[in-house]
Design a protein around this ligand. Structure first.
Ligand SMILES: Cc1ncc(C[n+]2csc(CCOP(=O)(O)OP(=O)(O)O)c2C)c(N)n1
Ligand SMILES: [Mg+2]
Length: 576
């Protein structure tokens, strides 16, 4: 490739001569081109897969993956947003930062929504971008774009690595930062000439994880507040899982007898069906509690901005916020107490502070009341889950899916109302098996998340729940699932509409526009055309058998369920 040789100044013969120098020399330095250094450091941080879509600016990253020992898997997708969504989801599932490599300019900008989602969700993610060559900067070479200026606001750090000799250290920093509390995406771009260049450098070894000790007084205060409370509730969110505190959280709940609600990746920390899991009685729990302790999730619109209690004119609840890092503790909520640090240490500390209190709280009447609320909700749900309605009520899909889900299933939601129903009905039995878009709410994450889930959990069921609108944003990446032999089960709740927008627009204006999709589109045929399998279901009694065929298939399989557009999710907030 003559143009490439022009840019880098390295001939192929020179590269070949140097390619066997991959071990550190006596001086501790390892020779390699920029891509080899970046890949070696990523691998040292636990990365075994690079998500990407081809572009010459990042060829050395591929060469680094191919020549690595062992090779790094190259997972090439059909749209850069899928690469980033996949890397983000892999980071969430494995709790090791995922890696996406995007070519310069449009490759990077196509990834911006997914990077923003990772930022909002605190997902560990490293994105390496190509960049127009430094030796032509300002002259108008192809895709010459200064990415960090765009990525800065949605990353923990976004920087250009200007010298090949700095790539290893910069990559190491990017991974350490992405993986430390509060987790999130980091970005670096590398000018093409420097990425192709070679240098002998010291490749850093990843630093051990730092556990930040919480302030013992703050922890003791939370224990005292709990001991005084009569109707406490703990809310467990995504960072409980991300910070590895799921066992400490369950211990606190069980040993204290504390009613719990879960959200995001906190789902499953208290397993579905557990007597202290009160998510189904959430309205009563949060509305009549006198102390809500929120752990590992922001006090945002999903939690009424941190205002609890007050139901039926009752008193407001005291609020405690526990976060994985100081910057995450709410600034807007009126807090009775707060603590930050390693969440296992905080939760263990709160439990022992509670145990040291002289007054032992008796929460059993409150627990019994909430359990009755859960039982009533389960009873109410039963009818809808078994609905015989024609057209199909979306809840019936969950009625068929739930008994078929194994405890270790990974369930992914990408859509509007259809996924809200999933949130209501699916209660995971284990943590780390639920992926939703989080507070950024970006449609289109589904296929990337499914790719990641299949890689992270090779022997688990992977179920991707798609609204028909959301499906249109990433379905072409079924091609990626097929090429890489990654069978997953996709279920489309096909109401021929952007349902979550159609209902509210009707409510506000009495009419709706731009909310309808073509009726009964055959998304299953799209998947078949791409090499997978699928079928359309219009009879509620056929859903179960279709799901069985989907789980038995050894290719990606889409069950396209035609649902009732009138069966909107009963919501009382638009998220603002
Ligand atoms: C990238 C993006 N664009 C637009 C929206 C706004 N939005 C939120 S939900 C929704 C409708 C989703 O429709 P569908 O996936 O078919 O699910 P349904 O609500 O019909 O079940 C839209 C358009 C969004 N959240 N993300
Ligand atoms: Mg829809």
């Amino acid at each position: 490739m003559p143009a490439m040789t022009d840019v880098t100044g390295i001939t192929q013969a020179e590269q070949n001569d140097q390619d066997d120098l991959t071990e550190p020399g006596a001086d501790g330095l390892t020779d390699g081109h920029g891509g080899e250094h970046a890949v070696a450091v990523a691998a040292a941080h636990g990365v075994d897969t690079m998500f990407t879509l081809s572009g010459a600016h990042v060829f050395p990253m591929y060469d680094g993956a191919v020549n690595a020992e062992p090779k790094m898997r190259l997972l090439d997708v059909r749209h850069e947003q899928t690469a980033v969504f996949a890397a983000e989801a892999l980071g969430k599932l494995t709790r090791t930062p995922g890696l996406a490599v995007l070519t310069a300019g449009p490759g990077v900008t196509n990834g911006v929504s997914a990077i923003s989602q990772a930022s909002f969700s605190g997902s560990p993610l490293v994105v390496v971008g190509g960049r127009a060559p430094a030796n032509r900067w300002g002259m108008g070479s192809l895709q010459e774009f200064d990415h960090p200026a765009v990525l800065g606001p949605v990353t923990k750090s976004a920087r250009t690595v200007h010298q090949v000799a700095d790539i290893a250290a910069a990559t190491d920093e990017a991974f350490t930062l992405a993986g430390s509390s509060h987790r999130g995406p980091t970005f670096l771009d590398i000018p093409m000439d420097e990425l192709f260049n070679r240098a002998a450098v010291e490749r850093p070894t990843p630093a051990p994880r730092r556990r930040v000790e919480p302030d013992p007084e703050a922890v003791a205060e939370i224990g005292a507040l709990l001991a005084e409370a009569r109707r406490p509730v703990v809310v467990l969110g995504t960072d409980v899982w991300a910070d590895g505190a799921e066992e400490a959280a369950l211990r606190l709940v069980e040993q204290a007898g504390l009613p719990a609600i879960t959200n995001g990746m906190g789902r499953g920390v208290v397993p579905g069906g557990h007597p202290l899991l009160m998510t189904k009685a959430r309205g009563t729990a949060l509305g009549t509690s006198d102390l809500v302790v929120v752990v590992g999730t922001p006090l945002d619109f999903r939690l009424g901005y941190g205002v609890f209690g007050g139901k039926d004119g009752g008193p407001a609840a005291k609020v405690v916020h526990i976060a994985d890092s100081e910057g995450q503790v709410s600034r807007h909520a009126d807090l009775a107490a707060s603590a930050s640090g390693d969440l296992t240490l905080v939760l263990e500390g709160v439990l022992s502070a509670l145990e040291q209190q002289l007054r032992k709280p008796d929460w059993s009447p409150w627990v019994t009341q909430l359990q009755a609320g859960v039982a009533a909700a389960v009873e109410r749900d039963t009818a809808l889950l078994a609905a015989e309605a024609d057209p199909i009520h979306p809840a019936r899909i969950y009625g068929e899916l739930l008994p078929r889900l194994a405890d270790d299933a990974v369930v992914i939601g990408d859509g509007g109302d259809f996924v809200s129903f999933a949130g209501k009905y699916v209660e995971p039995k284990q943590p780390g098996g639920w992926l939703d878009p989080g507070p950024y709410g970006c449609l289109g994450a589904g296929l990337g998340a499914a790719i990641a889930a299949r890689i992270a959990r090779p022997s688990s069921q992977v179920v991707l729940l798609l609204g028909d609108g959301a499906a249109g944003m990433s379905l072409m990446d079924v091609d990626t699932l097929v090429r890489h032999k990654l069978p997953v089960v996709m279920v489309v709740g096909n109401n021929s509409a952007w349902g979550l927008e159609k209902g509210p627009m009707q409510m506000l204006y009495g009419y709706d526009v731009v909310a309808d999709l073509a009726p009964q589109t055959r998304y299953d045929e799209v998947v078949k055309a791409l090499g997978g399998g699928g079928e359309t279901v219009t009879d509620p009694r056929q859903i179960g058998a279709a799901l069985d065929r989907a789980f038995a298939a050894d290719v990606p399989y889409l069950v396209n369920v035609i649902t009732d557009v009138e069966a909107a999710y009963p919501r009382n907030t638009f998220g603002v």
